[in-house]
Design a binder for this molecule. Structure first.
Ligand code: FES
Ligand SMILES: [Fe+2]
Length: 389
């Protein structure tokens, strides 16, 4: 983040802190509970949001060597991504072109020479070309050149691998993210970071309830009384739309220490958590000395189930035992904090169909909730949040 932007946001946060205020510029909104319950909407979300938008399916750091690959089923489309000899990436639908067997079952690995389908041993090069058909005389007229793995558009930016999970659709990531967000994310240099820890946690709630927990800090003081309260200033947050996505800067308690230094020395990134909400399911939290990438996915069948994946990346591989312990502890701390969020979301899920609420409320200092659910509604043709009253 540019220094001038940091100073402008810090000034605003310090001013609100002095006045015991926070950003509060949204209307009181009511979002129908059907948004989380309707199975037809859920089916449209999976199709429209998770197959027709760029989705992060993995980390560049996990695919360093030529031939290294990962598979991903989180969008409902089986995806295979392979590092090519020239350093570029290719992505495919992970399906054999003979009779459709799932080609690669492992979550990750290195392809030495070919991907070999276990059913009849049709074999593909790392670039997806169909190279070998055993007893090929049994397939008269087979055009091998047109039977390579079905390609998917892939892009690699900020250490993240993005795929558009519909064959034949192009992916223009710069256009999707917008210039301001691209420039800001580029400023951190995440592509050089080390992938330190990962976890995947299932949750008994609609995927949007899970994503909601990343979209406001109002709850941090209460839900995270044991984990975040001592660290974060209570609900002191700056929100800004960056193109079609959002940035949220949540002040830490130490933010007032900036006032003791000349502005030229201000480092907001040490005194705040900077979060990016990237539609439809990615959250990036920058913590100063490391970054956390969060992704939320709907269950394949059940609108009341979802998954969150959390990656912790550090500027370099922590070598000293002290640094390893520090990031390990931080990782478990985030998992514990996430468990508190998951508990709240699951408690909401339990009451949604009870009739107690026809809608849930989004307050004036929860503008990203309104943005996110309004955009979902626009994309899938559901009702979405409306001003209360
Ligand atoms: S289905 Fe893959 S080789 Fe037959
Ligand atoms: Fe939380």
């Amino acid at each position: 983040m540019q220094h001038a932007t940091q100073v402008a946001i810090a000034r605003q946060l310090l001013d609100w802190r002095q006045r015991n205020a926070t950003q509060n510029d949204g209307a009181l909104m009511a979002n129908p509970v059907a948004d989380y319950l309707d199975p037809d909407q859920f089916a449209r979300e999976k199709q429209r949001l998770f197959r027709e938008h760029p989705i992060v399916v993995g980390l560049s750091a996990h695919l360093a060597a030529p031939g290294s690959y990962l598979t991903n089923d989180d969008t409902g489309i089986p995806i295979l991504v392979v590092r090519q000899a020239d350093g570029s990436l290719r992505a495919f639908i992970n399906a054999c072109r003979h009779r459709g067997t799932l080609l690669v079952a492992e979550r990750s690995g290195v392809c030495e020479r070919q991907f070999v389908c276990p059913y009849h041993n049709w074999s593909y090069g790392p670039d997806g070309t169909l190279e070998t058909v055993p007893q090929e005389h049994g397939f008269p007229g087979l055009d091998k050149a047109s039977r390579g793995l079905a390609p998917l558009a892939v892009a690699e930016r900020f250490g993240l691998i993005w795929v558009l999970p519909t064959a034949g659709r192009p992916l223009d990531l710069d256009a999707y993210l917008g210039e301001t967000l691209v420039d800001e994310l580029a400023s951190y240099g995440f592509e050089a970071y080390h992938a330190n820890h990962r976890t995947r946690i299932p949750a008994a709630m609609n995927w949007k309830l899970l994503y909601d927990t990343f979209l406001e800090f109002y709850h941090a003081y209460f839900t995270h009384a044991e984990t975040l309260r001592h660290l974060m200033a209570p609900n002191l947050v700056h929100f800004e739309a960056l193109g079609p996505h959002y940035r949220m800067v949540a002040a830490k308690r130490g933010i007032a220490s900036l006032e003791e230094q000349p502005e030229a020395n201000w480092n907001l990134l040490d005194q705040a958590v900077v979060s990016y909400a990237i539609f439809p399911n990615l959250a990036i939290n920058f913590h100063g000395d490391h970054v956390a990438f969060y992704r939320v996915f709907p269950d394949a069948k059940d609108q009341g189930r979802s998954l969150w994946e959390f990656d912790q990346l550090t500027p370099e591989a922590p070598k000293a035992p002290k640094a390893q312990r520090y990031f390990e502890k931080n990782f478990h701390y985030v998992v514990d904090t996430g468990a508190e969020d998951v508990e709240m979301g699951e408690r909401i899920q339990k009451t949604l169909a009870s009739g107690a609420n026809e809608h849930v409320l989004f307050g004036g200092f929860e503008p990203i909730l309104t943005w996110f659910h309004s955009r979902v509604a626009r994309e899938v043709g559901s009702a979405g949040p409306v001003p209360l009253g």
